[in-house]
Design a protein around this ligand. Structure first.
Ligand SMILES: [Zn+2]
Length: 113
């Protein structure tokens, strides 16, 4: 519940003026005073995108090792393709590693969400 800025009396949230002193009440929710959306770092944007693509590839095509091809881990990607994702276990491990930000690509670089 908001308070009247002049007399300090508690007023109804939908009230446009104070019933006690008649002061017009500012409607904070409608003032359009949106807090700035900044603060996001642009540095990790490419990495986030790569993480998302890897995540989706692993989720949908992980049993074909596609996410490993995508992250330059071709050799293990082929092995994964031949074993159909290590009978699903290997691909599950990869999936968890991607989720936990511990999956590394062919360059030894960790993919982070
Ligand atoms: Zn008042």
């Amino acid at each position: 519940m908001p308070y009247c800025p002049r007399c300090g009396k508690q007023v109804d949230e939908s009230a446009s003026f104070c019933p006690e002193c008649g002061t017009n009440l500012p409607h904070n929710t409608q003032s359009g005073n949106v807090p700035p959306a900044g603060g996001n770092t642009v540095i990790g944007e490419n990495l986030n995108e790569r993480w998302l693509i890897t995540f989706l590839l692993c989720f949908f095509l992980g049993w074909l090792g596609i996410h490993r091809f995508y992250t330059n881990r071709t050799a293990t990607g082929v092995a994964m393709l031949l074993t159909l994702g290590g009978c699903g276990i290997w691909v599950l491990v990869d999936f968890i590693m991607i989720l936990c930000n511990t999956y590394t690509d062919g360059n030894g670089q960790k993919l982070k969400a």
